[in-house]
Ligand binder design. Structure first.
Ligand SMILES: [Ca+2]
Ligand SMILES: [Ca+2]
Length: 319
């Protein structure tokens, strides 16, 4: 049926107008109410619009971002990162908190809009992370800060998230968040691999060492390349992150990306960090970069399922 004067068309238009107004209203009250169900029914010559509906009570109690700010180094060599007191942690809206003696902070928010959170402290390189706060919940955002490198060629800091954002339950008996940092040093007399089971003391180590290993939690696992090796054939460095129990669990535990695995790279005399997040995908090894003996870095940033060769020190490759 055509024609502007058609009564049934006008009623439908009226219905659509009411629906539009309702949706507009709904978008405005989304934060404070949950609305279920809306339905149309067309009778003889008439259109009924059934508006809703069930309004669930919602009590806004607040939203928080909290966490810990630590130093990437282990100055007192207790195999724990040193807390940083007096660091400023601020969102892009200047909602700020200062860390206490344990390096801990908490910011109270007035809404759940997306936040960029920056941690800074004099003498350290600032870092920023993005987060979606949740109503009536505390989202954990930890920071591992490094000073600009003066006596170390490169510092590689692996972290992951303690906030469980993956929907499926983790099967009993599996540690779902044990990530391990690996540094392969290729083409020496024999290849060498620095990792959790080859835990060299940084004071004694001339070229590279791992500062921490965390079996679960959120890291950090920090590897320092203290001096570039010389010699022929030249050394090639390769850095990768292994999801220790992923294959073992039949890939039923969350992936590297779901654990929000993140690596920040620091280089000597640079006053900023380059940070990378693990690519999405159901593979166990994240090969992030290689570096030659001159310090030239090639970002690989791929996932693979190859096993970690700690015996022969064969470095990873992209599929
Ligand atoms: Ca320490
Ligand atoms: Ca680990």
């Amino acid at each position: 049926m055509k024609g502007l004067g058609s009564p049934s068309i006008s009623i439908r238009r009226l219905g659509m107008l009411i629906l539009s107004l309702f949706l507009l209203l709904l978008s405005g009250i989304q934060r404070s109410a949950t609305v279920q169900g809306a339905a149309f029914r067309q009778g003889e010559g008439e259109t009924f619009l059934y508006l809703p509906l069930i309004m669930k009570e919602f009590q806004w109690q607040g939203a928080w971002i909290a966490g810990k700010v630590v130093d990437a180094r282990d100055s007192n060599q207790d195999f724990e990162p040193d807390p940083i007191a007096g660091a400023q942690v601020c969102t892009q809206y200047q909602e700020c908190a200062t860390t206490d003696a344990k390096g801990e902070y908490q910011i109270s928010l007035s809404d759940t809009a997306w936040r960029e959170v920056t941690a800074s402290k004099d003498g350290f390189i600032s870092l920023t992370q993005s987060v979606y706060p949740l109503a009536n919940q505390t989202i954990i955002v930890n920071f591992v800060l490094s000073q600009p490198l003066t006596d170390v060629v490169s510092r590689i800091v692996l972290t992951w998230s303690t906030t469980k954002t993956f929907p499926a339950p983790v099967p009993e008996g599996f540690v779902e968040n044990d990530l391990d940092a690996y540094l392969f040093m290729e083409h020496q007399t024999t290849n060498q691999v620095i990792y959790w089971d080859f835990y060299v003391n940084c004071t004694d180590c001339p070229s590279a060492c791992i500062l921490y290993d965390y079996r679960d939690g959120a890291g950090p696992e920090t590897i320092d390349i203290r001096a570039l090796e010389t010699g022929n054939p030249p050394t090639v460095y390769h850095y990768a992150v292994h999801h220790a129990n992923y294959l073992y669990s039949g890939k039923t535990i969350p992936s590297l990306a779901q654990l929000q695995a993140r690596v920040c790279l620091y280089f000597k005399d640079a006053n900023q960090a380059n940070c990378y997040s693990a690519p999405a995908g159901d593979l166990q090894l994240w090969y992030l970069f290689s570096m030659d003996q001159e310090g030239n870095v090639t970002i690989m940033n791929c996932l693979s399922d190859e096993p970690v060769d700690t015996e022969g020190g064969q470095p990873p490759s992209c599929p």
